[in-house]
Structure formats: C-alpha cells, structure tokens
Design a protein around this ligand. Structure first.
Ligand code: 9MR
Length: 747
C-alpha cells in the first residue's frame, strides 16, 4: 500500500482504537526507515517465508495462508533480514495486520537473524479480521548488521490467513519515556492486615507537614482517623513520603480503604483468611513447576500440560542425559524435579536451598508455638500423591529430592558422590515453549563442590523429616548425604564456571565455606555425630555475622545452618550463643524496617536492589520470624508480619508481587509456559507465584529500554520478557511459602 494512504489508514486505526496520535520526532532527529518494501508496493521481495507459507500481494497487502497443526510460533514465519540495528538507538516498530479468523497471535519481533536469534523487542497482538494498526518504540540493546523483522505465525491447530501492511522500523525515533502507572498515592498492603497485627501505610506526597487520614469501611463510613507522620525523602524510591499507622483498629473487615491527601488507597481486608490461602497457594505452585510428569487439569484447572523431558519427542531427555563434551562418559537418568524458573533448567544449588526452605517451613510447624503441621497434611495441596497418608508438603518436596539424588555421580565413576551442578538445554530457547515441546539437547554440567554440599544439606535434613513416614527413603537420603559430604571433603574446591551460562544460568559461587557449614550442620542435627559437630564448631562461618543487608539466598547459605542450629533441638555446645546471634540479626533487620518509610527489613548498600529482591526481603523477615519463635518477643513477630505489607502492595510501584493477590498484582512473570502475555491460550502464573521484583542491575533488554537510571524500588517491569526483574523461581517461592505460613500461624 502506498505511504500516503498508509498515513491516513494509520490515523484512522489509531483513532478507532482510542489511541492518541504518535508523538512527533524531536526537532533535528532523523527518522530513517530500515525496512525495505514494507508497503508491498513492489511485490513481496525482499520478504521471505518459511516453506509452509506462500506469500502473495493481495489488495496492496502481503497475505499468506497459515497451515494448521504446527507446534511453535516459529514454525511459520514471514521475515526480512539484513536490517542494521545500532546499539542504544531508539526505533519505532509499526505495522498493520489482519487475521482471519481473528484471535490468532502474531509474534512480531525485531531481533537477530542469526544464532542465537535474540529477540530485542517482541509483541504478540491478535489482529482482528478488519485489521489493526500497531506501533511501539524500543531501544536496541546491541548493534548488528544482521538484524531481522519477523512475524511468527505458527502454533495454531487451525489454518488461518494473515495479511500485513505498512511494516516500518524507523530509526531515530523519540523514545517514549516510561512512566509506571502507580495508581493512588496511598500505599497499603492490598491483601490483608492481621487483626492483631501492625497496620501501616505509606503516603506519597509533596506535603512536608502532617496530614489527616481516614480509614473507611466498604460502605464508605469512616471507622478510624488520625494524622500522618512526615518521613522526608525515601532513599529506596526517591519519593517524599509520610507514614500512616492505623494499628489500633483491629476489627475484621473486607473492602477497607485508607484516604489521605485527597487520595483513596486500593482496597484491603483485615483478617487471616488470605494468609491461609497464600500459605497453600505458595506451595501448590511447585506441582506446576514439576518436570517429568503430566500436570493434571483436575488438580490444576487451566494448567494441564504433557509431561516435560521424559524422553518423548521432540524432547531429548532427561531420562538418559549425557555430559557436556569432556566432562564424563556416562549418562544419567535425571528426570523429575522442578524446573528452576521460567527456563527448563534444573540446578542443584538452587534446588537444595528451595528444598531447605520448604522443609524448614514444615519443620518449624512441628516445633514453633502456633505451628500448624496440619496445614500441609495429606490432602491439603491437591497433588497426585494426596491421599497417601504422607503430608503433602513432604510429597511435593520429595519430587525434587529424588531428582537431586539422581544428580549424584554414581559409585565407580571419577568424582563418585559429588553432584553435577546442573542439567539444561545446550542453547537458550525462546518464549513461549512448553517443557514437552523443548527440542534441545540436554546436558549434564560438571560436578561442583557447592552442588555436592547442597545435596548433602538437603538430603540430611530430609532424612530426619521423612523418617516417620518412609524409613527406607530417609536412610537412602542419609546415605547420599554422607557420601556427598565425604566427596566434598575430598574435592573441596571444584567451582562452577561463571561463564557457563549458555542454555541455562551459571549459578557460580566461589565462596563455599558457608555450604560446608550448612551441610555439616544438617548432618549433625540429623545424626548427632561428633565429626559433623566438630566441623560446625571449627567453621569460621559459625561465629561470622551472617545477617547483612542483603540477607541469605542460594549462594549465601550460612544462615540456613544458623537458623536450624538455633531452632532444631540438639546438644551443640554453645547453642545459646547461636540463638543469640539470630536475635542480634533480627535486631538489625528490625532497625532497618523501623527506619524505612515503606517498612521493610531491606536496605541494600547503595540502594542496589538485588536480583530477586522480593525474596531477599522475605528471607530477612524469616530471621525476624525466627527471633520471635525463639524469644516470644512481640516486636519480632510484628516486624516479620509487617514485612509482608511491602510484598503485597505497600511499595513505590503500588503493586503486589504475588500473582492473584491484591487488586494490582504481578502476573506476567518470565516463564516459558505460564506465558499468557505471549499466547492467550496459555495461562498466567498460578495464584501465589512470587515475582523476583526490583533489580537495580536491569540485565535484560526490555528493562534496559525502559528503566535506565531507575531508583531502587522502581527497577521493575511486570513484563514476561523482563527476566532480570520479573522471573519466577523455586527458591523465591520457598521464601514466600515460609513467610505466608508464619503469618497464617499468628493469632
Ligand atoms: O537468581 C539468580 C541470581 O541470584 C543470579 O544473580 C542470576 C545470574 O546468575 O541468576 C539467577 O538465577 C536464574 C538462573 O541462573 C536460571 N534460571 C532462572 C534464575 C532466575 O532468574
């Protein structure tokens, strides 16, 4: 179609769609068209298609009949190559498309035309029969002469017809400044405050003196009032804020709002039900992360999918997986386990810490005041094993433990007893992609000391918790843990290669004194044996301060040991000092929380929010919760409970980081199968999925395009492509499960 008609058509479509006209280019900036023959006035060249499509010009547009029955988006493509892209340059990508019948997603992308086929920008609109105009801007993260504009139209069971017109990629476009929609300036926990718990909110305002606030019930009646406390400029957001304390109000209610400075907060409840639901949902999440088993629709409506990586084509594993070249000459059955995150990889270090935090959730419920082991009893999680008389949480975690044990190098092989660091695809795959549709070669990566010690710790802890239900499994776990410990001592410095990040994450960690300490602690708590006790007592980690601003995670595991040594009964000499060290850590987090106008126990150095910051917040809250379990002092309990407010909406972005919880919640986490943002036939992540949350380092191109210069809490996008700020992972959800359980157990 000729450009002149194009402009008119574009404007009409925009107006029809209720959009405002595109912003003009800044004076002096030159917009250069990078696409050749995007109007199809000169036939279809230089556009190309996959062999299953025939493109022809029809009424000035390029049209093609898309066959039904292909599996992936990229099984049918219309594209143009040799498009130069300049790093840091902003482009406006626009096109018109129609689909007959309507509703088939078109994955439109600008990316690399050659391996690894990175997508620098992509969208998946579903054009109507009459056609729609689409326009976007993005900033190219990398320069290349081998760029590509492509429309991926495969993956439909039914045949359909697509027509494209006026495809344009204008370089030198004005970047549209990204402004997050943060809604009302009164920030609350959008889910629920405990009736007997603290109730705090944050008001974003220019005012520097106290302002009146009102708490309103669902009918709009004022039920409490007071005045705010000016807190100055909050470093984590750059906002001038006040805090509001309405903790004296303690009636159960739904649909409350808080009003201040002319703004009405999002609605919230006062009650306990939401936490009981969240406690369950956060653990139910693991079933849909399972590898090696079909997910049943009767157990998770909307989430059914075929078993992934069971050796059925196009999968190549995980039942008979070779090592990467030169690493080993055996093959292992490493099927099962949980997929780590939004990728299809499985990583022992992250699996181990996830197992620990879930088992600790269970173990705490057996010992702590108010603990309710029945919450995870048989039949509570709706999993295939429900009804087997074993607590469902143990059944779920066993799915991962069995995988971890399979990752151990078999007897008779070099490095026997060590654990392979990870198993994943040879190359990165695109999104969306069901686990069962992954065609990549799967490979075992070298064993490492860190993975071996993770396995030892998790299996040793499992041995004491599964013993009442399955003695044989408990014994097998303990044998594996002992073998792993011995292998780690024999090979104490075999590290993961930090550059081994193709097709899966590297999870590198060269500081592994803490893993030795953790494994020794779990082996000691389970067996009481002197050799492990001596290692615990001699470890420099035993007396180190483990409760720094960032807190603990998969790489910093000393706290896992310290918390268990403090809470699981033993005869460890000096156990009181261990318990005091936890309380001292909690005092520090309490001081951080009290000083923070958003009331969270997290203030990383230089305000650099870490990858997965939302779980760091929760893990710091776990230290507070443990201090409460140890001392019974209410201030720790209140601090732990209050930490949930940030996660559930009392934050600079006014978003709950838990899918399905809160009026505005993260639900587009990076995942290859909870990928509704890219394919409406797929689901969003299940309710109770934690997003990684703000990450100051914004490593992914989508975040980089929108968030350059972001301040702390603002370094976040609820976009499926923002893998550095918005992924889901098994270790992060374990922290959510742990804290939701603690809060649900409070009266
Ligand atoms: O959570 C991990 C984070 O701590 C690391 O900094 C980052 C880079 O190594 O990797 C994160 O883990 C990712 C893993 O490597 C692959 N699966 C998805 C994980 C979450 O993004």
């Amino acid at each position: 179609m000729k450009r002149r008609r194009t402009a008119l058509a574009a404007l009409t479509a925009l107006l029809a769609a209720g959009l405002t006209a595109l912003p003009a280019a800044p004076a002096g900036a030159e917009e250069t068209e990078q696409v050749r023959n995007g109007t199809f006035d000169d036939g279809t060249a230089p556009w190309w298609t996959t062999g299953n499509l025939t493109a022809a010009v029809d009424d000035g547009r390029l049209c093609a009949d898309v066959p039904g029955g292909t599996a992936n988006r990229w099984d049918a493509i219309i594209g143009q190559n040799d498009i130069p892209l300049v790093a840091g340059e902003t482009y406006r990508f626009s096109f018109s498309a129609s689909g007959t019948p309507a509703g088939h997603p078109v994955r439109a992308l600008v990316g690399l035309a050659v391996e690894p086929y990175d997508a620098y920008y992509e969208v998946s609109p579903q054009p109507s029969v009459s056609g729609d105009r689409y326009s976007y801007t993005f900033t190219a993260p990398t320069g290349t002469a081998q760029g590509q504009v492509a429309f991926q139209v495969g993956g439909s069971a039914e045949p359909w017809r697509i027509c494209l017109d006026d495809v344009s990629l204008l370089g030198g476009a004005q970047p549209e400044p990204y402004e997050p929609d943060t809604g009302p300036r009164v920030r609350v926990n959008q889910v629920a405050y405990l009736p007997s718990g603290p109730k705090n909110a944050t008001l974003v305002t220019d005012a520097t003196t106290a302002l009146p606030w009102q708490l309103k019930d669902a009918g709009g009646t004022v039920v409490a009032r007071g005045t705010s406390v000016p807190r100055g400029v909050d470093a984590s957001s750059g906002q001038n804020v006040h805090s509001i304390d309405f903790g004296r109000y303690d009636r159960r209610a739904t649909g409350l709002t808080l009003v201040a400075d002319g703004e009405t907060s999002r609605p919230f409840d006062i009650g306990t039900d939401a936490y009981r639901r969240l406690r369950t949902d956060a653990v139910k999440y693991y079933y849909t992360q399972r590898s090696g088993i079909a997910i049943r629709d009767d157990l998770r409506p909307g989430y059914a999918r075929p078993a992934g990586h069971v050796g059925v084509a196009p999968n190549q594993g995980d039942t008979d997986v070779p090592c990467r070249p030169g690493v080993c000459d055996y093959r292992l059955d490493v099927s099962g386990g949980w997929y780590d995150a939004g990728d299809h990889g499985k990583y022992v270090v992250n699996g181990g810490i996830s197992v620990w935090e879930l088992l600790s959730t269970y173990e705490r419920s057996l010992r702590a005041r108010g603990g309710t082991p029945a919450a995870f009893g048989d039949g509570t999680l709706e999993i295939p094993e429900s009804g087997n008389k074993v607590p469902d949480l143990l059944d779920e975690v066993r799915w991962e433990l069995e995988f971890l044990l399979r990752m151990q190098v078999p007897a008779g092989q070099p490095l026997a007893g060590m654990a392979h660091h990870k198993i994943h695809d040879e190359n990165w795959t695109g999104l969306p992609l069901l686990p069962s549709a992954d065609p990549q070669k799967r490979e075992l990566h070298p064993p490492t000391t860190a993975a071996t010690l993770n396995l030892a710790a998790a299996a040793a802890q499992a041995a004491r918790l599964y013993a009442p239900y399955d003695r044989a499994f408990a014994a097998r776990a303990l044998t594996a843990a002992r073998a792993a410990w011995a292998a780690a001592l024999a090979h104490p410095d075999v590290y993961a290669d930090e550059n081994d990040g193709i097709g899966g994450g590297a999870y590198p960690d060269r500081e592994i004194q803490d893993e030795f300490y953790w494994a020794a602690a779990e082996l000691y708590l389970t067996t009481g044996e002197k050799t492990y006790r001596d290692h615990v007592l001699a470890s420099p980690v035993h007396t180190a301060d483990l409760f720094g601003p960032l807190g603990f995670d998969w790489a910093r595991t000393g706290a896992a040991a310290r918390l268990d040594l403090a809470t699981v009964p033993s005869r460890l000499p000096g156990r009181d000092a261990v318990r005091r060290s936890v309380v001292r850590g909690a005092d520090r987090y309490l001081a951080t929380l009290t000083a923070h106008p958003y009331g969270l126990p997290y203030a990383p150095e230089n305000n650099v929010y870490d990858w997965g910051s939302s779980h760091q917040v929760l893990n710091n809250a776990v230290v507070l919760a443990t201090a409460y379990d140890l001392t019974g002092a209410r201030k720790y309990r209140d601090g732990a409970v209050q930490s949930m407010d940030y996660i559930l909406g009392r934050n600079a972005l006014n978003i709950s980081y838990v899918t399905g919880y809160g009026e505005v919640n993260a639900h587009r986490q990076h995942s290859r199968w909870y990928a509704r943002q890219l394919d409406p036939a797929l689901p969003d992540p299940p309710a109770g999925t934690l997003s990684g949350g703000p990450n100051s380092s914004i490593q992914d191109p989508v975040a980089q395009a929108k968030l350059q210069g972001c301040v702390g809490q603002f370094c976040y996008l609820d976009d499926i492509q923002s893998w550095s700020t918005n992924e889901t992972t098994v270790n992060w959800n374990a922290a959510l499960a742990r804290m939701a359980t603690f809060v649900a157990d409070q009266r």
